[in-house]
Design a protein around this ligand. Structure first.
Ligand code: ADP
Ligand code: MG
Length: 257
C-alpha cells in the first residue's frame, strides 16, 4: 500500500459541535438498524462514513435530516433538537443539505429552476436574487452553460453537480452525501468528487457515505466505520486505513482495497 497523505486541514481546536447524536436507536421491525449511536460532528469537519451494505449508513443520514424518525436518543443540529413537523421541519431540511445516489432533480424544471426553487419557496428569496445565486453556484460546480437545459439532457455527473448546487443554494449548515457517486459511470466520478473536495477545502461541514477511499483519505478529518447498526470504529483516515483496530474493519478493508 502506498503512503497516505492527509490533506484536509485539521479542525480548529475551538470549533463547536454542529451535529450531535446521543444514544440514538431505531428498528425496522425486528432489525435494530441504529444501535446506541453516539456521534458528534464539529463545525467545518468532514466525516466519511463507510461500512458494509446494510450496516445502517443511509438510515443514519436520513435520521439526521429527519427523513427517518428514531425511537430513542437525541439528535441536534447547531444546538437545537430536530423539529418534528411543519415550517420548522422545512427549515431544518434547508439547513441540512442532502445529496443522494440518484440525483433526484425535478425533471420538469430546468437546471436553473432546480437551483432557484428552494430559495424562493423555503428561504423566501426574491426571484432575481435566487437567479443570481443559482447562476453563481452552477458556475462553481462547473455546469453554468447547462442552465437552461432539463436534467435528462445532462450526463449523470452533471446532474449530480446540479444536485449539489441546489443543496448549496439553501446555505446549509451541513451537507450529507449518501453514496453520491455510486450511480455514476466511472469517468464521471472524479468531476463530482472534485466539487466535494473543493467544498471540504472551503470549510463546509460534511457527512459523506462513500466507497471512494481516495476521497476519504484526502478529504476526511475522520472516518467512521459502521457495521450491523453500530459505530464500530472511528479514526483519522491515516490511522484507520493503515492500522484498523477491529476485525470487522480489517475484513471490510481487505475486501475493498
Ligand atoms: P446502508 O446504507 O449501510 O447500506 P441502510 O441504512 O440502507 O444501510 O439499511 C440498513 C438496514 O435496514 C438494511 O438491512 C435495510 O434492508 C434495512 N432497511 C432500510 N430501510 C428500510 C425500511 N424503510 N424498511 C425496512 N427495512 C429497511
Ligand atoms: Mg445506503
Amino acid at each position: 500500500m502506498t503512503e497516505v497523505s492527509v490533506t484536509k486541514d485539521a479542525i480548529p481546536p475551538g470549533a463547536d459541535d454542529l451535529v450531535v447524536l446521543k444514544n440514538v436507536n431505531k428498528h425496522f421491525g425486528a432489525l435494530h438498524v441504529l444501535q446506541d449511536i453516539d456521534l458528534t460532528i464539529k463545525r467545518g469537519e468532514v466525516v466519511v462514513v463507510i461500512g458494509p451494505s446494510g450496516s445502517g449508513k443511509s438510515t443514519l443520514c436520513r435520521a439526521i435530516n429527519r427523513l427517518e424518525t428514531v425511537e430513542s436518543g437525541d439528535i441536534s443540529i447547531d444546538g437545537k433538537p430536530l423539529p418534528q413537523e411543519g415550517k420548522a421541519l422545512a427549515r431544518l431540511r434547508a439547513d441540512v443539505g442532502m445529496v443522494f445516489q440518484s440525483f433526484n432533480l425535478f425533471a420538469h424544471k430546468t437546471v436553473l429552476e432546480n437551483v432557484m426553487l428552494g430559495q424562493i419557496k423555503v428561504r423566501k428569496t426574491s426571484k432575481a436574487e435566487a437567479e443570481t445565486k443559482a447562476r453563481g453556484l452552477l458556475d462553481r460546480v462547473g455546469v453554468a452553460t447547462q442552465a437552461d437545459k432539463y436534467p435528462a439532457q445532462l450526463s449523470g455527473g452533471q446532474q449530480q453537480r446540479v444536485a449539489i448546487a441546489r443543496a448549496l443554494a439553501m446555505d446549509p449548515k451541513v451537507m450529507l452525501f449518501d453514496e453520491p457517486t455510486s450511480a455514476l459511470d466511472p469517468e464521471m466520478i472524479n468531476e463530482v468528487l472534485e466539487v466535494m473536495q473543493q467544498l471540504a477545502r472551503d470549510g463546509m461541514t460534511m457527512v459523506v457515505v462513500t466507497h471512494e477511499m481516495g476521497f476519504a483519505r484526502s478529504a476526511a478529518n475522520r472516518v467512521v466505520f459502521m457495521a450491523d447498526g453500530r459505530i464500530v470504529e472511528e479514526a483519522v483516515p491515516e490511522q484507520f486505513f493503515s492500522n484498523p483496530r477491529s476485525d470487522r474493519a480489517k475484513d471490510f478493508l481487505s475486501k475493498i482495497l
